[in-house]
Design a protein around this ligand. Structure first.
Ligand SMILES: [Zn+2]
Length: 180
């Protein structure tokens, strides 16, 4: 693992990944995705710090081209976009390729369901001047399958993030906690 990132920095990246996991995964290997992630700005607060992280790591903030924790005014650890990209470039080729596959799978599922519509006008028109909605309204089975796939894809993203952040295993990252 690259020696340039401290354990606290890795926990901070994992914290950012709790809310933007797939986006962070893409940002590791792609400059445009990193710019999009930074453009979201803002941050997140959790009731408790991620497992294994310092107790004070209950929030993070995006400031310009870096992530800081716990906040903008009381920064105890920061990680820059350049450091995250450097980590991405240092990943083994096999992991890099699997991240690409995972992102492609996310994209394919997004594309497959992009035109899905959940409005109540699949069979009846909303008013006298129009017909029923012409978009595809998924059946309960189709919708359940989509949710199942989406959950699987999220788990795949988190698994790859864990491998990228802690290739030596041992340290369990807390990527699944619920945010307030
Ligand atoms: Zn519709």
């Amino acid at each position: 693992m690259p020696a340039t990132l401290s354990e606290e920095q890795r926990h901070l990246i994992a914290f950012v990944a709790r809310t933007n996991g797939t986006m962070l995964l893409e940002a590791m290997i792609d400059d445009h995705a990193m710019q999009a992630l930074l453009a979201r700005a803002g941050g997140a607060t959790a009731p408790t710090a991620p497992d294994g992280a310092p107790d004070w790591m209950t929030s993070y903030w995006t400031v310009a081209d870096k992530f800081v924790s716990p906040g903008r005014d009381k920064m105890r650890v920061k990680v820059t976009a350049a450091q995250v990209r450097k980590l991405g470039r240092s990943l083994p080729a096999g992991l890099h390729a699997e991240i690409r596959q995972c992102l492609d799978a996310h994209g394919a599922e997004r594309e497959r369901t992009r035109e899905w519509c959940y409005c109540p006008y699949a069979h009846t028109a909303p008013n006298a001047h129009s017909g029923p909605c012409a978009r595809h309204h998924p059946s309960a089975d189709e919708d359940a399958e989509h949710r199942h796939r989406a959950a699987e894809l999220r788990t795949w993203s988190q698994t790859l993030l864990r491998q990228a952040l802690y290739p030596a295993a041992g340290v369990q990252l807390d990527l699944f906690a619920t945010l307030r």
